[in-house]
Design a protein around this ligand. Structure first.
Ligand code: NAI
Ligand code: DG6
Length: 532
């Protein structure tokens, strides 16, 4: 057991008839309150609804492995090095002084949630988010992964040029023990041609079925060798181009499996990794923007009840945008244009300098303001209604452009400039310009940890409806939209709305964690402070 792994058995104990504890489970009852709204004669007719549920959370966190695809890249090596620095309590010298390892930037390990008031003082009581339910500690993750580049991780960390020299120097021997990434699959058509020089660590051949079996065997072996209960498979490799969605090829689970058998050219490496994880019953998270989750993958995940989440880590510029755009629209101010530019000089930037890979990133970076705009039809005109009563187009929307340029000199220190140009009172105009130095991999790494740890937790949570006929506890729906806070273009259950607002995403997550221990959702009503 690592020294930092010592944990209290019950960080939170809820004393209520809604919550019960056994050695194995925390069980909590929960009322899901909503409202059904219909429009009649220009009036909104609202019927409040309530459904009763129970959540059952297995208390013991799984012994969890994290297998990253792209482990030899900037994110992969930064994550491995910083976990090792935390685990071995490596401190290092910077020009400012001595630096301790930490998990700053992790929602789970470095932010808190309000759980109530101290009756003696009336003050809020806040606890670390990671204390609400039992979660894996990042130091305990067992690390491995694949990379098309065979450079061992200690050298790959140096190549990434992210961490301070003194940390690199001390952590290198620990990283060297992980050694060389597992060989991976490389289909040159999916990533930029400028990546070819890295591709020296490949699973031989071009038979996609054989590749799938190889990856599945890697996952099984890693699990067995390390006595793991759970392996989270995480794509933090290069951004791929979009795959074409072709009827008969990748539109259903069976067609996709057949296309893998026939080595169809439109099956991407990331889709193959997702299928391997699903067939092994292990969760898969996509940290990049491409459409790994073609319809056939989602159907396969449903069929195997295997968890998936994505797409694309939301680290710097887009995270700020999801807050700022919401702030403006919710303040009744109308953004007319959002112009987002950034330049960066790491290998991600090099790959994104190719048009098709840029396109994938452009799509994920552009969708992030849609729901805020759609929610305010006072500011933005709704779409016209067509002859069949259906909306035509998307309605009024701010102009929104995304530009990415590759400037090698700045390395991993991406510089992002955003201009928000808005209409204010009586035809006035307001311009907000932001310069944001996004230390790319240092912002992204804690998100990978949060996604991994939350994903593992969500595999331990089951639910059942208790209104009507009570059924057996069942796992959550395979698409883990509760991960949305960390993702630019959240994958959601087909047919349901995407929520991009960072506040709403966080609120959903906090409310869910609280519901699992029988606590009420977040309320800022604070009635006791408003009444005598
Ligand atoms: P990177 O280019 O440093 O690392 C990617 C690694 O993937 C490379 O080592 C490359 O050799 C490897 N790779 C490429 N194809 C592979 C395959 N088929 N199998 C195994 N390995 C493969 O990139 P970085 O900065 O680590 O980012 C990783 C991904 O995460 C990119 O897609 C990026 O767009 C995305 N991302 C990064 C964020 C950040 O702030 N760093 C934030 C949001 C997303
Ligand atoms: C250029 O934007 C490179 C990208 O990979 C980003 O660094 C990454 O997607 C993070 O983007 P953002 O918008 O969340 O800072």
């Amino acid at each position: 057991v690592h020294p930092t792994a010592a944990r209290r058995p019950h960080a939170i104990v809820v004393q209520s008839e809604n919550t019960s504890y056994s050695d194995e489970y925390i069980t909590a009852s929960f009322k899901n309150r909503g409202a059904e709204v219909t429009v009649s004669d220009g009036q909104y007719i609202i019927n409040p609804t309530v459904q009763s549920f129970e959540f059952q959370t297995k208390r013991a966190p799984s012994k969890t492995g994290l297998m990253m695809i792209g482990v030899g890249g900037n994110n992969g090596t930064t994550l491995c090095a910083t976990i090792l620095a935390n685990r071995h309590n490596i401190v290092w010298h910077t020009k400012q002084g001595i630096q301790q390892p930490n998990y700053v930037g992790s929602l789970l390990r470095a932010s808190t949630v309000r759980i109530g008031n101290d009756p003696a003082t009336g003050k809020d009581v806040n606890v670390p988010v990671s204390d609400v339910l039992p979660m894996v500690h990042p130091n305990d993750l067992v690390l491995s992964g694949w990379d098309i580049s065979g450079v061992p991780l200690d050298k790959a960390m140096q190549r990434a040029q992210v961490l301070d020299y003194d940390l690199q120097r001390q952590v290198a021997p620990h990283l060297a023990l992980i050694g060389k990434p597992l060989p991976s699959i490389y289909y040159p058509d999916f990533i930029a041609a400028n990546q070819e020089a890295r591709a020296d660590n490949l699973i031989p051949g071009s038979d996609k079925q054989a590749h799938l079996e190889h990856i599945r065997a890697d996952i099984r072996k890693f699990k067995e060798d390390n006595g793991l209960d759970r392996v989270v498979v995480f794509w933090t490799a290069n951004t791929e181009r979009y795959s074409d969605i072709i009827p008969g090829v990748n539109d259903t689970a069976d067609n996709l499996l057949a296309s893998i058998k026939s080595s169809h050219s439109e099956v991407s490496p990331s889709t193959l990794f997702a299928v391997a994880a699903i067939l092994e019953g292990e969760p898969f998270v996509n940290g990049a923007p491409q459409n790994t989750f073609v319809p056939g993958v989602i159907e396969l995940a449903e069929r195997h009840q295997s968890f998936i989440g994505g797409d694309d880590l939301k680290s710097g510029q887009t995270k700020l945008k999801s807050v700022l755009a919401e702030f403006l629209v919710n303040a009744g101010i109308k953004p007319l244009s959002i112009a987002s530019y950034n330049h960066l000089g790491n290998n991600d930037g090099h790959n994104l300098s190719a048009e098709k890979q840029f396109k994938s990133k452009e799509i994920s970076k552009s969708s992030v303001v849609d729901d805020m705009v759609d929610a305010n039809r006072l500011l933005y005109k709704a779409p016209e209604v067509g002859p069949k009563g259906l909306p035509v187009g998307k309605g009024e929307h701010p102009d929104h452009i995304v530009v990415i340029k590759y400037v090698p000199a700045v390395g991993d220190s991406k510089r992002a400039i955003d201009e928000y140009y808005s209409e204010i009172f009586c035809g006035g105009r307001n311009t907000i310009s932001i310069f944001n130095e996004c230390e790319d991999s240092l912002l992204a790494t804690p998100l990978i940890l949060d996604l991994t740890i939350l994903t593992e937790l969500l595999t331990r949570v089951k639910y059942r409806k208790t209104s009507g006929e009570t059924k057996e506890f069942a796992p959550l729906y395979p698409v883990l939209s509760l991960l949305s806070y960390m993702l630019k273009a959240p994958l959601v259950k087909p047919g349901t709305d995407v929520v991009n607002s960072l506040n709403r995403q966080r609120n959903a997550l906090e409310s869910f964690l609280k519901a699992c221990v029988g606590l009420e959702s977040n309320s800022d009503l604070l009635l006791e402070t408003r009444i005598w």
